[in-house]
Design a protein around this ligand. Structure first.
Ligand code: TXA
Ligand code: MG
Length: 317
C-alpha cells in the first residue's frame, strides 16, 4: 500500500472526507458508519438531504454490512458486473444511517473498478459513501482538476487515480416486485443487464435523479455556459450566427463550421470513447467564455442513450 492510500485511511478514520478515483467519475468519500462524516458530504456538496448516497464496498461479502434479504437476481448482477459501473438497490440494513438513504428503505451499493480505490476499500473497517465529487448540479468530475475547480478551497485530500476510464456515472438498477428497473442510465447498457438476467428491463421514466430529490428539476450536470442539444447542428448555428459558439459533436462532418471551437467526442465514432470524453469536453468548453455550447445528440442506441440523457439534463432550455 502506498503512502497516499495510508494518508487517505488516516483521514477517513478521523471522519474526514477524501476524494477517490473510480472508473466512472471521482467520488467524495466518507466513512459510511460515521454520521459526522456523512454530514460533511452534504455540506461540502451543498446537496439536499433528500438525495441519497451510494455506498461503495470492496468485496461482495461486504454486502451483508449494508443490506439484507439479497434477491437472487441482484446477486447474479453483482457477481457479473462487480467491480464495475453498476449500482444495485437493496433492502437497507437496519443499522445503516437513514441519512445515507434519505429515509428510504433501499440502499444503493456498488464495487467500483479502480485499483487504488479497491485497495483503499479493502483496508478499511467500514464501507464508504461517495457521491460524485462536485458541488450539486455542477458537471461531474473525471479528473482531479475538475474536482478542484468545482469544490475550490473546500477540496479535501485527493487520491489521484488519473483520468476516469468510463467517464459517465454508474447505471442504477433496482427491483420493483418482479420488474427490474433502471433508475439512472449510465455506463452499463440496458441490454447488458437483460442478457445477464435473461429478462426484460424497463427504464423508469421517473429516474432517481428527479424523483428522490423533490423540487429539483431534471436539469443537472449543467455547465455555466448556455447549453443546447440538437440533431441538426447547421440549423442551430445559423440561428445563433451572432453568438460565440462552441460545438460538441459526435461525427466529423461539422469540423468546418464557423463555430469558435469544435470538439469531437470521439474520432472513431466509438460510443465508449465518447462517454469517457463527455464531461472532460463539457468542462473544457465551459472554461472558454463562450456565449453558447451546441451539443450534437448521439445515435440513440446502447451507451448513446446514457450520453443523450446527460446532454439533455445539461441543457439550459
Ligand atoms: O458512478 C457513480 O455512481 C459515482 C461514483 C463516485 O461511484 N457516484 C455517483 O453518486 O454518481 P451521486 O451521488 O452523484 O449519484 C447517486 C445517485 C443519485 O441520483 C441518487 O439519487 C441515487 O444515486 N440514489 C442513491 N440511493 C438511492 C436509492 N436508495 N434509491 C434510488 N436512487 C438512489
Ligand atoms: Mg452526482
Amino acid at each position: 500500500m502506498n503512502t497516499e492510500i495510508q494518508k487517505a485511511i488516516k483521514l477517513l478514520d478521523n471522519d474526514d472526507l477524501v476524494v477517490i478515483p473510480t472508473e466512472t467519475v471521482y467520488g467524495l468519500a466518507a466513512n459510511a458508519y460515521s454520521e459526522k462524516a456523512i454530514e460533511k458530504i452534504f455540506k461540502t456538496k451543498n446537496r439536499p438531504a433528500n438525495n441519497p448516497l451510494i455506498v461503495h464496498i470492496g468485496r461482495i461479502e461486504d454486502l451483508s454490512k449494508v443490506c439484507k434479504n439479497i434477491p437472487k437476481r441482484a446477486l447474479q448482477l453483482a457477481t457479473h458486473f462487480w467491480p464495475g459501473p453498476l449500482t444495485i438497490l437493496f433492502e437497507k440494513a437496519d443499522h445503516l444511517s437513514p441519512k445515507i438513504t434519505a429515509g428510504k428503505t433501499t440502499v444503493a451499493v456498488r464495487i467500483p473498478n479502480h485499483p487504488t480505490t479497491l485497495t483503499l476499500l479493502n483496508h478499511l473497517k467500514y464501507p464508504l459513501v461517495a457521491p460524485s465529487a462536485n458541488r450539486s448540479n455542477h458537471i461531474s468530475p473525471t479528473s482531479p482538476e475538475h474536482v478542484t475547480s468545482s469544490l475550490g478551497t473546500e477540496t479535501p485530500f485527493i487520491l489521484d487515480g488519473g483520468f476516469c476510464s468510463r467517464g459517465i456515472e454508474s447505471t442504477i438498477v433496482g427491483f420493483d416486485g418482479n420488474t427490474v428497473k433502471i433508475y439512472r442510465l449510465g455506463a452499463i447498457e440496458k441490454e447488458e443487464i437483460e442478457r445477464v438476467l435473461g429478462c426484460d428491463v424497463v427504464i423508469s421514466n421517473n429516474t432517481s435523479e428527479v424523483t428522490v430529490a423533490p423540487g429539483m428539476s431534471a436539469k443537472h450536470y449543467a455547465p455555466k455556459t448556455a447549453f443546447i442539444t440538437t440533431q441538426n447542428i447547421e440549423k442551430e448555428i445559423e440561428k445563433y450566427s451572432n453568438k460565440k459558439i462552441g460545438l460538441m459533436c459526435f461525427s466529423s462532418k461539422h469540423l468546418n463550421t464557423n463555430a469558435v471551437i469544435v470538439k469531437q467526442l470521439t474520432l472513431e465514432e466509438d460510443m465508449k470513447q465518447a462517454a469517457a470524453n463527455l464531461y472532460k469536453i463539457m468542462h473544457e468548453l465551459d472554461q472558454l467564455n463562450l456565449d453558447l455550447i451546441i451539443a450534437e445528440l448521439m445515435p440513440n442506441i446502447g451507451i448513446g442513450i446514457s450520453i443523450n440523457d446527460r446532454l439533455i439534463r445539461a441543457s439550459s432550455y
